[in-house]
Design a protein around this ligand. Structure first.
Ligand code: ADE
Length: 250
């Protein structure tokens, strides 16, 4: 997979892209990431990339020429998806991460100003993505979030492929609690069942705890899920337990 980032602040990416899973994925040739300062594609001597808005008003607007030229310089045979990071974009989630992870080539455009000339949106960009209902100073941090979530889904990027398959949101449920040694820490014990060596019981406990956590923290995720018979039974057990607790408090 190839990923291009167009930004006026390429230095922001160096630490994030060279560390941890993202760094290793590039070393292993799983992903090829190029960060380009699109000021290089300005048509003016001074490297101008923005201008005042037609119609007046405050702020600056990113000009179309540098971004069109930068994308055209990147494009090879196949047309990449060209993604604009902005708060008005489609809300990002794991489903979109999985979809983008299958692409061969992605281009991310990160802006830092009041806005983009509308022709960039209309005639250059294929997708607009927002990482949440808040405003960042620029698209760079948002692009890093999206790229991180895509690269870790590439085969071989995580040491243990299982860990991506059991992620929260991939399964539709939040993850169950994890424990490691020591079995007792400051008087707080690891649940006995995890030390029992009984795999079927452990799997059932994990599913139940995933359901408990999702029900408590993100009930709307449960509504979207096709529940298996086992899940239905475990949810009934959770409800029973809650009722009992409620009664003992009375
Ligand atoms: N640029 C500024 N805020 C953003 C957001 N919430 N998501 C994506 N890009 C942005």
């Amino acid at each position: 997979m190839r990923i291009d980032v167009l930004t006026l602040f390429p230095e922001m990416f160096s630490g994030v892209f060279s560390s941890s899973i993202l760094g290793k994925a590039q070393e292993r040739g799983i992903v090829d990431i190029h960060v380009t300062n699109f000021r290089e594609f300005s048509e003016s001597k001074h490297g101008t990339v923005d201008d005042t808005p037609y119609g007046g008003g405050g702020g600056m607007v990113l000009k179309p020429e540098p971004l069109f030229r930068a994308v055209e310089a990147i494009e090879s045979g196949t047309k990449p998806r060209v993604i604009l990071m902005c708060p008005q974009g489609k809300p990002y989630n794991q489903r979109l991460a999985e979809e983008l992870a299958k692409e061969e080539h992605l281009v991310f455009i990160c802006g830092h100003y009041e806005g983009y000339d509308e022709r960039i949106r209309q005639f250059l960009v294929t997708d607009e993505i927002s990482i949440g209902d808040y405003v960042l100073t620029g698209g760079e941090l948002a692009a890093m979030v999206v790229i991180d979530s895509i690269v870790r889904l590439q085969p071989g990027a995580l040491g243990n492929q299982m860990s991506a398959e059991t992620d929260s949101f991939t399964t539709g449920l939040l993850e169950y609690p994890h424990y490691t040694r020591p079995a007792e820490f400051r008087g707080w014990k690891v649940p006995d069942i995890l030390l029992s060596g009984h795999h079927a019981n452990i799997e059932r406990w994990r599913l139940k705890e995933s359901l408990r956590r999702t029900r408590e923290r993100r009930p709307e995720l449960l509504e979207k899920l096709d529940l298996t018979e086992e899940m239905k039974q475990l949810l009934a057990e959770l409800e029973q337990e809650e009722k009992k607790q409620g009664q003992s408090m009375e």
